[in-house]
Design a binder for this molecule. Structure first.
Ligand SMILES: N[C@@H]1O[C@H](COP(=O)(O)O)[C@@H](O)[C@H]1O
Ligand SMILES: N[C@@H](CCC(=O)O)C(=O)O
Ligand SMILES: O=P(O)(O)OP(=O)(O)O
Ligand SMILES: [Mg+2]
Length: 491
């Protein structure tokens, strides 16, 4: 999962892209980059680190031009430590193309071989994004065949990309001297939205609506699954459906955890989705623990707050802030490597002892994945003097690896894999453990936009929406990952 931005404007875009990236920082903390274009020349700065650290004044000054792209990276393929694999990626032919990508290409290994053997293209990293860019470049080359670029040729190239590439991809690219291209995979797994035309005639594309709103742009619509948009340098926009078969199945984990609650993705408010999940979770809590045995409901900040709040109201118990989050520590789940994630939970959260002392507390988190957070916070609640510690998760047990851009690639690391809820409860050390139900979760979110065809909820139900995922392909995807996987759960 990453955050991506694209802007076509009439005025310089460097500061605007920086501001938009800051609003997407929660989608990726490992690396960031911006590329701008002026007079057919690209200017790029990318490095490992957060937005505020990577772009100094001198770097910003070196990003002229009124069109540009930006990315914040949460690595899900290749080498998380490599500066080279930070985005944007660049190829010099045809025309010169730069590209940013959110998602995960599941047939990258096969495509890399095809690129070398048949297309005679060289890739120099283990990044799946570099593979995707080279497939696009190759198809653009074929569709133009030495002629000037037309919108029809661009859409034909995207059509060919959809036929060759598997997995999840929300993409924004710039073609030097021509304009900006954006497209979304045929299932719309990762989000991408388009702004209304700005007063200066420009447009912004972004992973989440919060990036538009926060920079003075208004949300127009989501890019449809399989659809491509091209905005030329005059600000004229064209669009086409480029997938043979498209269906809208966004990743449900966006609503559970990944996206900001103030974003609206595919017509669904993330905040409203979290409230609804809290509502259905409340019913499960009531059937598992008698209400008289619960004194307070305490969220695990940040992402669980709306669900916990709604749950507390429905079971008629006070909602209290028992853990304070250190605002200077980033999101722990998207940090690379288990040891840093484990250490960061204690750095990030501290208990207010008076909220726990002698009470029966119901802790609510948005999800339990490796069990890193819940194990620590149950212990912290006990250390703070809690009487009984119950734990509820607004998402169902995560039992299957994710291959579409959430970094949980192996079953071995998932606390719920191969364990019953009772076994997980013992491992986490709480007095009762209540999980959301898979169908109830889907219904709760779907109710907010019945036009959706469904969700990719593969990490909960093992149904991979692209239909081509096997245990062998999952193993192949993990080859060459750095930090190396698997990391064993519950330890
Ligand atoms: N997904 C996010 O990371 C935590 C659960 O993961 P884990 O600590 O069980 O791996 C939760 O706090 C949630 O916000
Ligand atoms: N797979 C790409 C994009 C990350 C993502 O969006 O999941 C990378 O690792 O850089
Ligand atoms: O819940 P959050 O958003 O605070 O993130 P994390 O749990 O990954 O620290
Ligand atoms: Mg959390």
């Amino acid at each position: 999962m990453c955050g991506i931005i694209g802007v076509v404007s009439a005025t310089p875009v460097n500061q605007l892209i920086y501001d938009a990236l800051l609003l997407l920082q929660h989608r990726g903390q490992d690396a960031t980059g911006i590329v701008t274009e002026q007079d057919r020349k690209f200017f790029m700065h990318k490095a490992k680190g957060m937005v505020r650290d990577v772009f100094r004044t001198r770097n910003m000054r070196a990003l002229p031009g009124s069109t540009g792209l930006g990315q914040v990276r949460y690595p899900t393929a290749g080498d998380a430590n490599s500066e080279e694999e930070a985005q944007p990626f660049y190829v010099n032919a045809p025309f010169g193309i730069v590209l940013v990508h959110n998602g995960n290409i599941t047939n990258a290994k096969t495509l890399r071989q095809e690129l070398f053997n048949t297309d005679h293209r060289h890739t120099n990293t283990t990044s799946d994004t570099e593979v995707l860019l080279n497939v696009l470049a190759h198809e653009l080359e074929r569709k133009t065949a030495g002629q000037p670029l037309t919108t029809e040729a661009i859409f034909a190239a995207v059509r060919a990309v959809h036929r060759r590439v598997r997995g999840s991809y929300a993409v924004i690219a710039m073609i030097a001297g021509y304009g900006m291209l954006a497209f979304r995979d045929p299932h719309g797994i990762r989000p991408l939205c388009l702004s209304q035309r700005h007063a200066d005639g420009g447009y912004m594309l972004a992973s989440e609506s919060v990036a538009l709103e926060g920079t003075g742009y208004a949300l127009a619509r989501d890019i449809q699954p399989g659809e491509a948009i091209f905005i030329n340098q005059q600000g004229e926009i064209s669009q086409a459906q480029c997938a043979d078969q498209a269906s809208l199945h966004p990743c449900i984990f966006e609503y559970i955890y990944l996206a900001r609650p103030d974003s609206v993705l595919d017509g669904i408010s993330v905040y409203a989705a979290r409230l609804n999940m809290g509502e259905t979770l409340a019913q499960r809590v009531l059937s598992a623990v008698p209400p008289k045995d619960i004194d307070v409901v305490i969220p695990i900040p940040e992402s669980s707050r709306p669900s916990a709040m709604q749950l507390a109201q429905l079971i008629g118990k006070p909602y209290r802030e028992g853990f304070v989050k250190n605002r200077y520590v980033g999101r722990t789940f998207i940090m690379p490597g288990q040891s840093v994630r484990k250490k960061s939970v204690r750095q990030k959260l501290n208990a207010i002892a008076s909220e726990f002392k002698g009470r029966n507390v119901l802790l609510v988190d948005d999800s339990i994945v490796r069990g890193t957070t819940s194990k620590e916070i149950v212990q912290m609640a006990r250390e703070a003097g809690a009487n009984k510690v119950y734990m509820a998760s607004a998402a169902p047990p995560v039992r299957y690896p994710n291959v579409y851009g959430i970094d949980m690639p192996t079953t071995a690391e998932l606390v719920a894999h191969g364990r019953s809820v009772e076994e997980i409860r013992q491992l986490i050390g709480c007095d009762a453990l209540i999980y959301q139900d898979v169908q109830a979760m889907k219904r709760a979110v779907h109710a907010l936009n019945p036009d959706l065809d469904g969700f990719d909820a593969s990490c909960f139900d093992g149904q991979y929406i692209t239909g081509d995922i096997t245990s062998e392909s999952i193993m192949a995807l993990n080859e060459g990952r750095n930090p190396a996987q698997p990391e064993v759960n519950g330890e």
